[in-house]
Design a binder for this molecule. Sequence first.
Ligand SMILES: C[S@@+](CC[C@H](N)C(=O)[O-])C[C@H]1O[C@@H](n2cnc3c(N)ncnc32)[C@H](O)[C@@H]1O
Length: 214
Amino acid sequence: MPGRHGGMSHPVFAYMYSRFAPGAERLGAANHREELLSGASGRVLEVGAGTGLNFRHYGNAVAGVMAVEPEPHMREAAIQASLNASVRVAVVGGLDSRLPVADATFDVAVASLMLCSVPDQRVALAEMYRALRLGGELRFYEHVQANERTLASIQRAVDTFWPYVGAGCHTSRDTLKVIEQSGFVIQSVRRFRFQPCLMCVPVSPHIIGVALKV
Ligand SMILES: C[S@@+](CC[C@H](N)C(=O)[O-])C[C@H]1O[C@@H](n2cnc3c(N)ncnc32)[C@H](O)[C@@H]1O
């Protein structure tokens, strides 16, 4: 649903996410975020920042974070989270397809559990590429298409309805491949399974890593 500030409104999803997230953080997501952002430095652009769950994991080497979040309820929660962050975080509205930033102005771009939900991954990644300086890092933490054939076909079946209940979330995207096709060079990637709930089987294959704009 389109909204003001080039946004969208998914109040039910925003509510469910805020109820579900604390459990997932305790079961391992918080550790994944720590790994995702470990060693990040300079100016950071986080796209689809959600409720701001990454904010407390930014270290002192980060000069500041611009967090773009189109969904108004999640953005409000992100603004609250930014008040407790140890680095300066500016939360703004905006969409992945037209980030409100100048070319080559960031050292790090963060994609965390959002490339599953954007309408077109290539468009989102092209915008993040544009925003990064040469040598800048894309740090990604995403659930992705399974390597195992059976789970991959379950994911494809699930994707006939999952995006309708999950605010656009797809389970069967080959995100790592699209990151590479978008011009980034993968510097590190770790594949793992993370299943914080019974229903989470289709979104259990994850990747976490760093890719460079070269
Ligand atoms: C599952 S939530 C993840 C939130 C957060 N990044 C995290 O790690 O907890 C997916 C996020 O992607 C955002 N999103 C979906 N479509 C988007 C778009 N077109 N542009 C920017 N963000 C988008 C949603 O608003 C939501 O915040």
